[in-house]
Design a protein around this ligand. Sequence first.
Ligand SMILES: NC(=O)C1=CN([C@@H]2O[C@H](COP(=O)(O)OP(=O)(O)OC[C@H]3O[C@@H](n4cnc5c(N)ncnc54)[C@H](O)[C@@H]3O)[C@@H](O)[C@H]2O)C=CC1
Ligand SMILES: O=C(O)[C@@H]1CCC=N1
Length: 281
Amino acid sequence: MEGAKALQLYHLGFIGAGAMAEALINGVLKAGVFSPDDLIASDINEERLRHIREKFAIHTTVSNEEVMNSSQAVILAVKPQVLPDVLTPLAAKARPDQLIISIAAGITLEHLESILPDEVAVVRVMPNTPCLIGEGAVALALGRKVKPQQRQLAEKIFEAVGIAYVLPEEMMDAVTGLSGSGPAYIYLIIEALSDAGVRVGLPRDIATALAAQTVIGAARMVLDTGRHPGELKDMVTSPGGTTIAGLHALEEGGVRGSIMNAVMAAYNRSRELGSRKEREK
Ligand SMILES: NC(=O)C1=CN([C@@H]2O[C@H](COP(=O)(O)OP(=O)(O)OC[C@H]3O[C@@H](n4cnc5c(N)ncnc54)[C@H](O)[C@@H]3O)[C@@H](O)[C@H]2O)C=CC1
Ligand SMILES: O=C(O)[C@@H]1CCC=N1
């Protein structure tokens, strides 16, 4: 262990220190819910651990077992394809006073509970990368053994990094298709808007800034006014004006259908990842 607190529990441990773990570590530290001394992370990739240690000054280790043994709550942040193999050898170390949180797309509570000892509490969570800056959209599904205090802990972690809803597990694949994968769809749209700006003569940096701020502004209008997106769209759209010409082009391009297809495709893939046979492909 590098810089460990002997015999003391960490509040939160991460098994897998990749992109999503990094977003969550940054988010909880930035929100001030935990300090670096409260956190520990493990990974098989020592380069990742060095990066995480240098960026956040948290404790790191190559031993997943150490994270399991020393943390009050453990976030399983490895890929769904390897999660069962990572968790199985650690399962016997899990304790009833601990909370196990999986952020792996597709992996069901039933599957996680079947690996862990009977009395251990599990929460399945679908975060997204904007948790990095406290703007995440997160859904939590509670396992059978989760006590009120453990639910509070899970909510505290994820409310610190964005908006967090406790939902029935049946909705988790849908959440994955929408908000879990969704940032990537929006980046693609921002990139396309920026390209379009360059195509009509704007400098790249200005085009990207205008595109990104337009997405932020439009999203804030939806959340802050509570108005239907269609009504807000109509507010932009003058009769015979520029916007309706642009909207017509989007409708001709089938953008609504494409976006719905994207969410459906990610939803279906999340369901596939939940099935053992498909994960092994
Ligand atoms: N990236 C995203 O936007 C989101 C990811 N997720 C979920 O988060 C999980 C992690 O995804 P990412 O961070 O994107 O992947 P990633 O590939 O960036 O991170 C996974 C990390 O796990 C490590 N790892 C692999 N085998 C290990 C082992 N045996 N023990 C310890 N560490 C090991 C890898 O070295 C890597 O650093 C996945 O299950 C994914 O479904 C959920 C929501 C959003
Ligand atoms: O692409 C993936 O599988 C992960 C899960 C949701 C977002 N990224």
